[in-house]
Write a protein of this length. Structure first.
Length: 503
């Protein structure tokens, strides 16, 4: 009679949970940096006097560099060590933050923001792949990723709060300078608490693939951002064509490489491909709406920046509360059904938000935001977990980079597409005489600059903006419902559909 012994499951220690705190702090920092700048634009514009184009580059170059380099940096982390790259990137992030804070010209600020994006690209895939390496038990890993996701969501929501609080007392450079003490904590604690982890690939990174990965993403992000910021001109189709052509060449090249930057075989795993698509669709819907939601709170509801940031907290708090139940959902409902259910709940919340935006009180908005946060918290956590679990451990950095690239593209496309729809709805609902001027038709922000606060025209513009927000919210709800169907149909409900390698 043969006796079999079960392989012991590695359970995370207190030291490893403390290491998760370091990784989550890094994600919070990156998320805050992505949203904190918006409130500082008026004061830095008054100080540095940038042109309108330079203002756009100050805001956009960070996301261009971040999105374009995620795939390459994920592969670098697999080769040289994820902890090592995380610490190098953290130091670079701190130096770039200091350079941005004390920039004396728009050109220097743009260069510093580009360096922040490059450094950020080294941090994101490294944090998630280290979570994969440290938490080998599937249940503990799901909880750890819930904490990581809550950090990303909470950081994005905290950006306006942090920015508003700093700008009430300090100059615009403080929104960058606040990064430095956080970086010191990450570097010191990370060096002590985090283990080194790397993949099995020892071959050099294919430089042509690295260049093509940048050329396939950055021009597409530029095209959609330019379309929203300036409208359609010749640069939009040219940039889009460059991105599509480079993407086609990149995919063809990966098929012939022994160690590709992106393992296309991963997309044959239903848990992986379904999770990436569902996550990208949900981020597309959410980011596109929330980008204009802050404007709605300030320009329509009359909230000051700090209060507007606080008004968005119900979504953050609900997404953090998911940590308490995510393990039970994953075990008893299954990943596919849980992700689909979370997205469906978020769709209901988004539809409720469309209704609440027309009500005179804030409480309906707070409830709808909490429902959205709960649904998105569940879906993003388990979708990220599905991506990480589906990839073999030695390719964790590259797989994490694919997930983060999908996230960044979802953010860029969501703001571009839903932002364009919201603007179109605003202008369609706006009935003003030709003599009223172009500023009123341009945007509610422009109308608020040229009209008196008690003007009937401004009140009409606010109503038109609210109507546009409601229609954009309905579109976002439909997209979330589509993502829910994708998750239910594609993502398996058991880990059998993945390449789980936690032994």
């Amino acid at each position: 009679m043969t006796q079999t012994t079960a392989t012991p499951i590695h359970r995370a220690t207190a030291r490893e949970w403390a290491g998760l705190g370091v990784l989550t702090l890094a994600v919070v920092l990156l998320a805050i940096d992505g949203t904190v700048l918006a409130l500082a634009v008026p004061s830095l514009t008054a100080d540095l006097d940038p042109t309108a184009t330079q203002v756009l580059w100050i805001g956009d170059v960070y996301s261009f560099a971040l999105a374009g380099l995620l795939v390459t940096m994920g592969n670098v982390a697999d080769r040289i060590g994820r902890k090592r790259l995380l610490l190098i990137g953290s130091i670079a992030f701190g130096l770039a933050s200091a350079a941005a804070a004390f920039a004396t010209t728009p050109e220097l600020l743009i260069a510093a923001r580009a360096l922040l994006g490059i450094a950020g690209a080294t941090l994101m895939p490294s944090t998630l792949s280290l979570v994969r390496a440290v938490f080998r038990d599937a249940r503990q890993r799901t909880t750890a990723i819930a904490v990581w996701s809550a950090g990303a969501t909470g950081g994005a929501a905290a950006g306006p709060l942090v920015g508003g609080a700093l700008l009430e007392h300090f100059w615009w450079g403080s929104v960058f300078l606040i990064n430095i003490p956080v970086i010191v904590v990450i570097v010191v604690a990370g060096a002590i608490l985090l283990p080194e982890s790397r993949g099995g690939a020892r071959t050099p990174i294919d430089l042509l693939s690295a260049v093509l990965s940048v050329l396939s993403i950055v021009p597409l992000v530029y095209a959609v951002k330019h379309l929203v910021g300036h409208g359609f001109d010749w640069t939009v189709p040219i940039a889009a064509l460059i991105g599509i052509a480079a993407g086609w060449w990149f995919v063809r090249r990966q098929k012939g490489l022994a160690t590709p930057l992106i393992d296309l075989q991963l997309f044959r795993i239903p848990a992986f491909s379904g999770a990436v698509v569902a996550n990208s669709l949900s981020v597309f819907a959410l980011s596109g709406l929330l980008f204009f939601f802050s404007q709605y709170l300030q320009l329509v509801r009359g909230f000051p920046p700090l209060l507007a940031g606080a008004a968005e907290l119900p979504a953050t708090l609900a997404s953090i509360a998911v940590i308490a139940v995510i393990g039970l959902l994953a075990r008893h409902v299954g990943p596919g059904r849980s992700i689909g259910l979370g997205l469906a709940v978020a769709a209901v919340g988004m539809a409720g938000l469309a209704f609440a935006e027309g009500l005179p009180t804030y409480w309906g908005i707070a409830i709808a935001l909490a429902v959205v946060g709960l649904g998105v918290g569940v879906s993003m956590t388990l979708a990220t977990d599905a991506v990480v679990a589906a990839a073999p451990r030695e390719r964790a950095g590259a797989a994490s980079a694919i997930s983060e690239t999908g996230y960044e593209l979802g953010v860029a496309l969501g703001i571009a597409v839903l932002g364009s729809l919201q603007t179109a709805f605003y202008r369609a609902n706006l009935e003003v005489p030709a003599s009223a001027g172009s500023a009123i038709r341009e945007s509610l922000a422009s109308a608020s600059q040229v009209l008196d606060g008690s003007s009937p025209l401004l009140e009409h513009a606010r109503e038109a903006f609210t109507g546009g927000m409601q229609l954009a919210s309905v579109c976002a709800a439909v997209l979330l419902a589509v993502a829910a169907v994708v998750a239910l149909r594609v993502i398996p409900n058991r880990q059998d559909g993945t390449r789980e390698q936690d032994d």
